[in-house]
Design a protein around this ligand. Structure first.
Ligand code: GRF
Length: 202
């Protein structure tokens, strides 16, 4: 199973996926790291790990559709089966999302369906929730709304700041994302008629 990781920034989730995929029994290989920002910190990290990398600068394209077509062409050239979005900060067109339906997952720093979008830690603190976390989901055209594959919960504790809460959540993201990728690559979790079907109970 050839996997592409799409990033825009520092790529700490990317790094956790790369590390996990090095295990002999991991059912996927990271075949490509692709960024829409040529200067993404994560791209340099991926290069250092000896992985194939590609920058497709969205600013070089007149519109979203032509960027997405270039993205799709590059992924097909690299014979990619699954896509992990890992801090990829471009909204993808419905055309692209539908082409990759059931084969593209994202990690989001909240317990969806709570706190779609940005500033999730700030909003959780403002609401006074006592649990927070992260979610891996299949990507659908609606932002942060896809069927859920895996979640991890963290407590919110007195005195938490956005930074302390973010640190607690990202530690769980790094654990959860490789697990979820494993599940879609070995068929434990798959998308059927808009829902996730789990083939094994735990
Ligand atoms: C993470 O918080 C992830 O949940 C969100 O974007 C952030 C990416 O961080 N989608 P990194 O680039 O993986 O460090």
């Amino acid at each position: 199973r050839r996997v592409a990781i799409l990033i825009s920034g520092r790529g700490s989730n990317m790094a956790s996926l790369i590390e996990a995929a090095q295990a002999a029994d991991f059912p996927a290989e990271i075949a490509l790291v692709l960024s829409n920002r040529p200067d993404a910190e994560g791209l340099a990290r991926a290069k250092d790990s000896g992985l194939a990398t590609l920058a497709i600068d969205h600013k070089a394209f007149p519109d979203r559709e032509s960027f997405d077509r270039a993205l799709d062409a590059a992924l097909n050239e690299h014979d990619i089966a699954f896509i992990c979005l890992a801090g990829f900060m471009r909204v993808l067109s419905d055309w692209f999302v539908e082409r990759w339906a059931g084969r593209m997952i994202n990690i989001h720093p909240s317990l969806l369906p709570l706190y779609r979008g940005t500033q999730t830690h700030r909003r959780a603190l403002e609401d006074g929730v006592l649990v927070h976390g992260c979610t891996v989901h299949f990507v659908v055209p609606e932002l942060d709304a896809g069927p859920i594959i895996a979640q991890a919960v963290v407590p919110v504790v007195p005195g938490d700041t956005q930074e302390s809460l973010a640190a607690r959540v990202i530690a769980q993201e790094h654990r959860l994302y490789p697990q979820a990728l494993r599940m879609i690559c070995d068929g434990t979790a798959r998308l059927e008629n808009g829902r996730v079907v789990f083939s094994r109970q735990w």
